[in-house]
Design a protein around this ligand. Structure first.
Ligand code: GLY
Length: 371
């Protein structure tokens, strides 16, 4: 594939990204021209933000960046970006094809925040809608509420014109659920204690056997962006923990946990073990650390250290007495500075005027979670 220079990249992704995902009003605009003002635009996301294209020409971060530099509202651009991943059946941690709960039903969570408008919306445990991030945006834009859950969230989506599908499984996600069932429930029922142990251990075994990408067990995409004017927004969307108890909601749709945006300070979002993040409300904490003057990286490291201190249960510790799970934060401040940090080594994605990149996160701990 021909390597794009910077000007080509901006022009190509602007047009291609818009063709894939942009609102109709953007068509017909000329090529995007970057004219530096106060802030260098940037989009920061989890690694899957620069991986999946759903058969289109551009990834999430490329699409969002092209739309932002083309003048779109920052949140519209981010939602268009994550929709690509939600709709791509190959990402089994988000939207359509996301790994289902313990009963084989796909339940999705999402939230978003608009810095300048100071609006937020979320949906949790919603079934039958491939693009929960768009529903979350409509909760923010058209209701007086910040979070709709379960059947109510689905009814709201139906009322807003979304197609409600009976089943969001793909062949791949259904087969993986069947394999999990076969391993955890061979005689239909085990006693509750054995079942709980088998549940956790079997999930990790599927990861160790290479059947599930470790990043997809707790899944999720978070994507945050800023434009020339310094307008900051963010969105997080997920199918949540694989094989969760039906109704389990993780950190992703919860403001302050899966995402927090303060338009004057910065944005932070998360992927990884949602319970660890929920307990510590890390995204809010990270933004508050930045308000106190911390850099994105230092703010994220402070949150990881807090999670480590608060992880004391033996079942959550590895042989070295350290957390046995992954947790990642993607952070962007109001100056356009960004960082990706994680409990253990991982990657994240960015898109700036240099084009899309997948970068290593800054890890708090060495080795692997399960060592
Ligand atoms: N971080 C995604 C979840 O735990 O649901």
């Amino acid at each position: 594939m021909k390597k794009l220079n910077r000007r080509d990249f901006v022009r190509t992704t602007a047009v291609a990204g818009m063709a894939a995902a942009a609102p109709r009003r953007l068509f017909g605009q000329g090529p995007t021209v970057i004219t530096p003002k106060t802030v260098r635009p940037a989009v920061v996301a989890s690694a899957n933000g620069n991986q999946y294209k759903n058969g289109g020409p551009a990834t999430c971060v490329e699409t969002a960046f092209a739309m932002i530099t083309g003048g779109s509202d920052v949140l519209d651009a981010l939602i268009a970006g994550v929709s690509i991943v939600e709709l791509d059946p190959e990402d089994s941690s988000v939207g359509y094809g996301g790994l289902p709960n313990a009963e084989g039903v796909v339940q999705l969570d999402s939230c978003c925040m608009h810095g300048p408008k100071k609006r937020a919306g979320g949906v949790a445990a919603i079934e039958g809608v491939r693009t929960p991030a768009k529903v979350a945006q409509l909760v923010a834009d058209t209701t007086d509420h910040h979070l709709l859950v379960g059947r109510g969230a689905q009814d709201f989506a139906r009322a807003m014109g979304f197609k409600i599908e009976d089943d969001l499984n793909t062949e791949k996600s259904r087969n993986l659920w069947l394999e999990w069932k076969r391993r955890t429930d061979p005689e239909h029922y085990l006693d509750p204690k054995k079942r709980a142990e088998a549940w956790y251990e079997t999930g990790l075994q599927l990861v160790r056997d290479g059947l599930i990408d470790p990043e997809h067990y707790w899944g999720t995409i978070n994507c945050d962006g800023i434009n020339f004017k310094g307008e900051l927004c963010g969105v997080t969307t997920t199918s949540g923990l694989a094989w969760k108890i039906p109704g389990r909601v993780g950190d992703s749709p919860i403001l302050g946990a899966g995402l927090y945006v303060d338009g004057e300070i910065g944005a932070a979002g998360s992927t990884g073990r949602g319970e660890a993040n929920l307990y510590n409300l890390c995204s809010f904490f990270i933004v508050e650390e930045m308000r106190r003057g911390a850099s994105p990286k230092d703010a994220g490291m402070a949150a990881l250290k807090r999670v480590q201190r608060n992880t004391i249960e033996k079942r959550l510790l590895n042989g070295r007495g350290q957390p046995n799970f992954g947790l990642n934060f993607y952070i962007l401040n109001a100056k356009g500075e960004y960082a990706g940090v994680s409990m253990y080594g991982s990657t994240y994605s960015v898109c700036t005027e240099k084009g899309p990149q997948t970068l290593d996160t800054e890890p708090l701990l060495q080795g692997r979670p399960t060592d």
